[in-house]
Ligand binder design. Structure first.
Ligand code: SF4
Length: 375
């Protein structure tokens, strides 16, 4: 398959692994965070860490949309479905995220809530059009990749004059999360998370471009290499990061040049800016509350904002005490360091959000049998 097979070639992977081993200094450690869950999945699935020399370590970041969703936000969606009797539409993985009181959207569905798993925001809008008797709410989650389609349906709903469609907006922003990691005590003060650079997101960067990462390279002196989601993309990015570190450079480089430009998709950015504005505060699972790190619906589209249409509010809820998702999302712990990893908590019975989506670090490690390979 064009643009897939050639990025999974074993011979080329061995060549890249050899180059990384030759160029990585034997007397130092390189610690790189792959921000995105898509990269975490690729690294586990293709055994990328097995090909790296012992001194090159990968740290999983918080870029999995389902993983960073706090319990309180899932509770809001459940409240809409169970108490306000709306038809709640969302992307499939979201329905399995554990919420308060032993519930999840899937368990709420078993109690009679009308919860629909959809493939696109357009499916939710179509449902509202075909069922004017139902109040349809789209539980919108995700980073910059999924935000433009939500903006499109909000504009369409307004143009159609729909009165039975609204959005529970939980879209979050990548650069804010990277800032939160770089400013976290574990990175800045304690040094428990040594960070020499980032593998930058693929799909998110197609929308926002490579320009937003320049701040991190300049202000924090951390190299960023934007990479595609195939194993050779990731390995090439690691080699580029090793080279930057060796040469004392901290720049933004673009390995995924077949899809990412410096300016990104300006049309999508303008659309998002027209429909959404920054939220003052948003709580992320694991990263706590981060100012200006998420989006809310602008006043012009207030009629389609589920948080204004229904009497619901956000309540902070602590994670399950046994779950280490917060520490894993900050790069402080590895999945197998959680006491219930692979025993009580599995993809079939997730106790935390990182075990739900295939992009979650715990699910990726469990699925591909990678329990303790990385020291
Ligand atoms: S194994 Fe389960 S409970 Fe433990 S950190 Fe991962 S998701 Fe949370």
């Amino acid at each position: 398959m064009k643009y897939v097979d050639e990025f999974r070639d074993g011979e080329l992977a061995r060549g890249l692994a050899g180059a990384i081993a030759r160029e990585a200094a034997p007397d130092r450690t390189y610690s790189f965070m792959e921000f995105c869950g898509g990269h975490t999945h690729a690294i586990s699935r293709y055994g990328v860490t097995d090909l790296l020399p012992p001194g090159v370590k990968m740290i999983h970041g918080p870029g999995c949309p389902v993983c960073v969703l706090p319990i309180g936000r899932v509770d809001m969606a459940i409240e809409l479905a169970l108490e306000h009797k709306v038809t709640l539409c969302t992307y499939a993985d979201t329905v399995r995220v554990p919420a308060s009181k032993g519930l999840s959207l899937l368990k709420a569905k078993a109690r009679g809530a009308d919860i629909r798993m959809i493939y696109s925001a357009a499916d939710a809008l179509a449902l509202a059009q075909h069922h004017p008797e139902k109040q349809v709410v789209f539980f919108a989650i995700g980073f910059e990749t999924t935000t433009p389609p939500t903006a499109v349906v909000l504009k369409q709903a307004q143009a159609l004059g729909l009165t039975n469609f609204s959005v529970l907006c939980c879209h979050v922003l990548t650069p804010s999360a990277i800032s939160a990691i770089l400013e976290s005590p574990e990175v800045r003060q304690y040094g428990t998370v040594p960070l020499d650079g980032f593998v930058g997101p693929a799909h998110v960067s197609m929308v926002i471009g490579s320009r937003p990462y320049e701040f991190f390279a300049q202000e924090y002196r951390k190299p960023v290499v934007i990479a595609g989601f195939e194993p050779l993309d990731v390995m090439q990015a690691i080699l580029m990061l090793v080279r930057q570190v060796n040469q004392g450079r901290a720049e933004v480089e673009n390995e995924f040049s077949r899809a990412v430009t410096r300016d990104g998709n300006v049309k999508a950015q303008n659309l998002v800016a027209e429909v959404f504005e920054l939220r003052r505060e948003f709580e992320w699972r694991g990263l706590r509350s981060i100012p200006y790190s998420a989006l809310r619906i602008r006043e012009a589209f207030a009629a389609f904002d589920a948080e204004r249409r229904f009497p619901i509010g956000y309540h902070q809820v602590p994670d399950n005490k046994a779950c280490e998702c917060g520490a894993i999302l900050r790069g402080v712990k590895r999945p197998w360091e959680c006491k219930i990893f692979g025993t009580v908590c599995t993809p079939e019975t997730p106790m935390g959000s990182c075990m739900v989506s295939s992009e979650g670090a715990c699910a990726a490690h469990y699925t591909y049998g990678r329990f303790k390979q990385v020291a």
